[in-house]
Design a protein around this ligand. Structure first.
Ligand SMILES: *Cc1c(COP(=O)(O)O)cnc(C)c1O
Length: 355
């Protein structure tokens, strides 16, 4: 840290992304990426011309992308905002909608970035513990006194609330923004997008990083009331108007045209998830029911850390968190069926071995 850094940033606890080791080739089941490549249309969309045109600024209005998203989600382009990854939208939402003094509510076990943004903007974070079985009790979030942020399906855990319970939360907090982070919604949960016409306090955030195989392109979007979207644009035009680069813009439009390809991939991932959940339960694991592209699992005989370490030694990366409540668990991204079979075989070997 230099002596020049402003005082208020000196004690920041930054977000720790999942590891990306380069020492060997791993089966990467630690950052919830898709095991499938981008759609052929996406690859074809980035050709010589787009590369030549990189000398020009990208379109700050992102018009083609907004129109395509609006068409896909049955809203108007004025209901849509796009950003350089959905983390960027979370950043703006914490900055913009947490009130003065800033307050926000989210579960104790959820996406780690929420706490980081709260710290960054000196927002008081009230963390509501998940139930014993790691579910969100929607009643805990009704009639609250500040902005609410809920990942649905919930990050790390994978459980999702049905839309009618989400609606209760949104309807009972009309004076506060309810941000629903739907990074994993395409793997079987109910989206809140159909509620945006009804609730001006609802902001739904999604990403191309998981179900659409574009984590490296950095593309996220928000859907909500026009006034909320205008607020996000106000911040964008005060920081970085060209927030989507030309290649990502082309990739995003093409990805929305490849819906059938990505839906088929999601079905494959859900089938591999069901297989892996059953197989792990068969090996004695507690597996939290997941509607996301990962499983959250713990074994009574092997600590979370030991399993993580042994899998890594054998070339499989999973995500381990050291928070006390979940340190016995690992979060395992769902890959291809072959990768899941390899995972289950390897774990079976570890459990039968001398660990
Ligand atoms: C992956 C993830 C994000 C971030 O997605 P990007 O669009 O890649 O920034 C946001 N929220 C949750 C819950 C996630 O799991």
């Amino acid at each position: 840290m230099s002596k020049f850094l402003n005082d208020r940033y000196q004690s920041l606890c930054v977000y720790t992304p999942g590891e990306q080791p380069r020492d060997q080739v791993y089966v990467k089941l630690n950052t919830n990426e898709s095991p499938f490549p981008a759609a052929p249309q996406v690859v074809a969309a980035i050709g010589e011309k787009e590369l030549q045109d990189l000398r020009l600024y990208s379109d700050p209005t992102c018009k083609p992308l907004l129109e395509k998203l609006a068409q896909t989600y049955h809203v108007t382009p004025e209901n849509v905002y796009v950003s350089n990854g959905s983390d960027d939208i979370l950043n703006f939402a914490f900055m913009a909608f947490s009130g003065t003094p800033g307050r926000v509510i989210f579960p104790d076990i959820t996406y780690g970035f929420y706490q980081v943004y709260a710290d960054l903007y000196q927002i008081e974070a009230k963390k509501i513990p998940l139930s014993e079985d790691f579910s969100v009790d929607y009643r805990d979030y009704c009639h609250q006194d500040s902005m609410i942020v809920l990942a649905n399906p919930n990050a790390q855990v994978g459980r999702a609330l049905p839309r009618r319970q989400m609606e209760e939360i949104i309807a009972t907090n009309p004076d506060h923004v309810v941000l629903v982070d739907e990074a994993y919604v395409d793997f079987g949960a109910e989206s809140c997008v159909p509620l945006i016409q009804k609730y001006p306090n609802l902001l739904v955030v999604q990403t191309f990083s998981k179900s659409r195989s574009l984590a490296g392109a950095r593309l996220g979007f928000a859907i909500g009331d026009q006034a909320l979207i205008a607020d996000l644009n106000r911040l964008k035009y005060s920081t970085n108007p060209y927030n989507i680069n030309r290649l990502t813009m082309a990739a995003g439009v093409a990805a929305l045209d490849a819906a059938a390809y990505y839906e088929a991939n999601c079905r494959k991932i859900m089938a591999a998830r069901d297989y892996a959940a059953q197989a792990l339960e068969g090996l004695g694991f507690t597996v939290i029911p997941s509607q996301a592209n990962f499983l959250f699992a713990a074994h009574p005989q092997v600590s979370g850390m030991d399993l993580y370490t042994e899998l890594k030694r054998r070339g499989i990366l999973v995500r381990h968190f050291e928070e006390p409540r979940i340190r016995n668990f690992n979060r395992i991204t769902i890959g291809t069926m072959e990768q899941m079979q390899l995972l289950v075989g390897t774990i079976s070997d570890i459990l039968g071995g001398s660990l």
